[in-house]
Design a protein around this ligand. Structure first.
Ligand SMILES: *[C@@H]1O[C@H](CO)[C@@H](O)[C@H](O)[C@H]1NC(C)=O
Ligand SMILES: *[C@@H]1O[C@H](CO)[C@@H](O)[C@H](O)[C@H]1NC(C)=O
Ligand SMILES: *[C@@H]1O[C@H](CO)[C@@H](O)[C@H](O)[C@H]1NC(C)=O
Ligand SMILES: [Zn+2]
Length: 398
């Protein structure tokens, strides 16, 4: 029933788009191509506090940081020596760390990190934004109806807040990548908390919601850092495919052809895949954005592409539970009209049919909500595409 309605909604929306003026679909990079899906609270560009200097580890002796620290009990956080790092973020080898640190870059150890998506799914992640190049990427994602997880650097959010706000409104999954991009295990507990919380605060000011996902710069994470993240309510996200596109920096050691070849190999290996993937790319430079845009169509032809929150079936990846992001189990992007009193399931396999009368109740209210989305005109082409996609996945799973 739910999916029947979804199909109807999708067909209605597609019909509406088909009837629209064809000139509206012509490519014009200067024009934003999609209306926002999330109705964000107003933000004028005036931040409530003076943020710490850009791209530097924030001082921890400020009242703001002391307030955050006072809210956390750090007594059981492991007390291991800080790991020294070189200028370009590499640890001074060998890292002298205890076995129980479960340090990913040193030993490949995971601990409750999100590392991959389900078979057939390609989790899109772009790090280090927002930058001046981001709008080109966001235009392309809008045009091709794809959502990504964007791991933002707090300093960049303050600097390029318009780009951040646009991505938030488009229903991309926004997440934290520190304030100044240091290697996490080189930081004190207090410095790491300040790096995360200032970034979280900047995103909250610009977009109105509170992030709960984190990616460590350089993939540098161990159990001390994880314990701090869990205390702050964060899930860590690593990757299994790395484009190494950051080395395409002007004067860098990686060419566009080499990045293309990485995609060639992954696509050639796709038939042997045992799981899906989470791919590491960057919004950093013109050429990294170019490489992303150039290779996305063939990725999209090979896998279902989606954000990390979508591929882990988490429809509520922000602290504000009245915000729903699209998932593969059929959740649709939007802000609930009932102020978070939602019966929408946050997890669950696509296509699972509730049987008890209690669950039917929930299903009905989902249908009512879908109707509400339609009637208030929130069901854009993007939502329709996601609905079609999730229905397709549901059928495949069944
Ligand atoms: C969503 O919930 C938050 C609290 O988590 C609340 O401040 C906000 O007003 C709600 N938004 C809407 C549109 O109901
Ligand atoms: C949610 O619904 C319950 C029961 O209908 C009500 O008591 C509660 O106040 C509601 N919460 C919000 C945030 O609207
Ligand atoms: C999400 O749902 C899909 C089916 O739609 C299922 O295969 C997958 O295991 C689920 N993922 C998680 C992390 O629960
Ligand atoms: Zn990074």
């Amino acid at each position: 029933m739910l999916y029947n309605l979804s199909f109807l909604a999708a067909i209605l929306a597609l019909a509406r788009n088909a009837a629209a003026d064809p000139s509206s679909t012509t490519t014009n990079p200067a024009t934003p191509t999609a209306a926002p899906l999330l109705d964000l609270p107003p933000f004028s560009g005036t931040f409530s506090i003076a943020y710490p200097p850009s791209d530097k580890i924030p001082p921890t002796d400020t009242p703001q940081v002391q307030k955050w620290l006072a809210e956390l009990d750090l007594t059981d956080v492991p007390d291991w020596p800080l790991v020294p790092f070189t200028e370009d973020g590499d640890p001074k080898n060998p890292k002298v760390i205890p076995e129980e640190a479960c340090d990913w870059t040193e030993t490949g150890c995971f601990n409750k990190d999100v590392t991959t998506c389900p078979l057939g799914v390609w989790g899109l992640t772009y790090d280090d934004g927002p930058t001046e190049f981001s709008p080109q990427l966001y235009d392309f994602l809008d045009k091709t109806e794809q959502k990504a997880t964007l791991f933002y650097i707090g300093s960049n959010v303050v600097e390029n807040w318009q780009a951040a706000r646009r991505a938030c409104g488009a229903g991309h999954h926004i997440a934290v990548h520190t304030w100044s991009h240091p290697p996490s295990t080189s930081l004190t507990n207090e410095q790491f908390i300040a790096e995360v919380k200032y970034t979280e605060m900047a995103i909250k000011e610009v977009c109105g919601f509170t992030t709960t996902y984190f990616r460590p710069p350089y993939g540098d994470i161990d159990n001390r850092i994880r314990s701090l993240l869990w205390k702050m309510g964060y899930t860590s996200v690593i990757w299994d495919y790395d484009t190494d596109d950051w080395m395409m920096a002007p004067g860098g050691q990686r060419t566009e052809a080499q990045v293309d070849q990485a995609f060639d190999q992954w696509i050639a290996a796709a038939p042997q895949d045992k799981a899906g993937h989470i791919i590491l790319e960057h919004e950093l430079y013109q050429n990294t954005v170019n490489a992303a845009i150039k290779n996305l169509p063939r990725v999209q032809a090979t896998w279902k592409t989606m954000s990390v929150s979508a591929c882990t079936n988490n429809s509520h990846p922000y602290q504000e539970k009245n915000i729903t992001l699209a998932t593969m189990d059929g959740a649709k992007t939007g802000i609930d009209l009932d102020n978070g009193n939602s019966s929408t399931p946050t997890t669950g396999a696509g296509g699972s049919q509730p049987t008890s009368s209690g669950q039917d109740q929930g299903k009905n209210s989902d249908e009512v909500k879908s109707a509400a989305f339609l009637s208030v005109g929130l069901l854009s082409k993007e939502v329709a595409a996601l609905v079609v996609m999730s229905a397709t996945i549901a059928i495949a799973v069944i």
